[in-house]
Design a protein around this ligand. Structure first.
Ligand SMILES: Cc1ncc(COP(=O)(O)O)c(C=O)c1O
Length: 375
């Protein structure tokens, strides 16, 4: 049987991984500054993560949501402690797109409305409403286009209020730092305007933290740079360090009822343990706190390379922009210097999304390689 070929693949075949490195069958060491797309938060094969997963696997790996699973409450308490969102409620699912889908659905149930406001260059996933709220017509099938979505530019609160005044908007969904879109951020003023306008016009504000959440940007969620209270927060990637898990945090005003949301696999024992392990390590190794000084270090080094026109992002969600397309440069970094980096819909931008255990000397290696590759 052939694979359904939807991914252009690099000629690299990792067979094992440790911390910020992955290794192929010849034991070639690759520096992973991509984290499998911001997924590896506490480093590959972290011993605490392996331990909790192995122990859990031998006890019970899965049972459906028809039984008591205290690990879900343990995870909810840990997320509450890290995010300080103690009075929010946790619903668990399996991926980023599924988290978005549930967040949008909940907003629609809660407001009894159905139009979504999303932003230019947004990426929210590939399922029904998530892909419709994604600003990329190429991945929107006619089926997805049935969803009512309006795309607005960031920072235009007049345009936002004009749309909200029409009275049919259930949700305004935003990324505090755009991931796939290329690390653009709304202004502080606009973030507060979104919160206030959503309240005024009975729409739910959804913070999409699928990529930026779980400590990557220096605050637990990237939107927490501001003092706002979104109705729903979505999360996934860094949450499980590679184990598929996603979730939404729901504000106290939105009440649950039996059957409102549901999933077979979401919140299973193994997934909960994976995320509990991530939160244990984040706390013990103070990884979130360390992102700030690593960001400064990276930005100082980047400023010394004249070909870099702009440095974007915060914490360990960073980007360097050139005045040329970077796909060949990224290939060179992989094949000649054995360094993984990320791309984005901005073709001139290299994204840096390393495990949060990355250290300054890893950035030294990267910049040394980059300087050579740019010659
Ligand atoms: C901000 C954001 N939201 C949602 C998603 C979708 O997540 P998943 O690929 O797990 O469905 C992504 C994936 O890149 C993302 O970056």
């Amino acid at each position: 049987m052939n694979l359904f070929e939807v991914y252009p693949l690099y000629e690299v075949q990792p067979i094992r991984a440790k911390d910020v490195y992955v290794y192929d069958a010849q034991d070639t060491e690759y520096l992973d500054l991509y984290g499998g797309h911001a997924v590896i938060s506490i480093g590959h094969s972290h011993p605490h993560y392996l331990k909790l997963l192995k122990v859990q696997l031998e006890q019970i790996a899965f049972y459906s949501n028809a039984i008591q699973n205290p690990l879900q409450q343990q995870l909810a308490d840990a997320i509450g402690a890290h995010s300080c969102l103690h009075n929010y409620q946790l619903f668990l699912c399996n991926s980023g797109a599924e988290a978005i889908e549930n967040a949008l659905k909940l907003a629609s149930f809660h407001t009894n409305k159905k139009r979504i406001i999303a932003f230019k260059n947004a990426f929210h996933g590939r399922t029904s409403a998530a892909v419709a709220a994604t600003d990329n017509t190429k991945i929107n099938a006619p089926l997805n286009q049935q969803q009512a979505v309006t795309f607005l530019p960031f920072n235009d609160s007049t345009a936002l209020e004009k749309e909200l005044l029409k009275g049919d908007v259930c949700a305004v969904i935003f990324e505090a730092i755009q991931g796939v879109g290329g690390l653009d951020e709304p202004s502080e003023e606009f973030v507060y305007a979104m919160e206030q306008l959503c309240k005024k016009h009975n729409a739910c504000l959804i913070a999409d933290e699928v990529q930026a959440g779980f400590g990557r940007t220096g605050t637990f969620f990237a939107y927490q740079k501001y003092k706002i209270n979104p109705h729903v927060v979505t999360m996934a990637k860094g949450m499980g360090n590679g184990f598929p898990i996603g979730g939404i945090l729901v504000c106290p005003e939105i009440e649950a009822s039996f059957g409102l949301l549901g999933t077979t696999f979401g919140g299973n024992h193994l997934a909960c343990q994976a995320s509990i392990a991530v939160l244990d390590v984040l706390e013990k190794e103070r990884l979130q706190e360390k992102t700030k000084s690593l960001e400064m270090y990276f930005k100082t080094k980047a400023a010394q390379i004249p070909q870099i026109k702009k440095v974007k992002g915060r914490g360990l969600m960073l980007g360097i922009e050139f005045d040329f397309e970077v796909s060949e440069l990224r290939k060179k970094l992989i094949y000649e210097y054995h360094i993984f980096t990320g791309g984005s819909s901005n073709k001139n931008l290299i994204r840096i999304l390393p495990p949060l255990t990355v250290q300054e000397h890893h950035f030294d290696s990267f910049f040394k390689a980059l300087e050579k590759a740019l010659k």
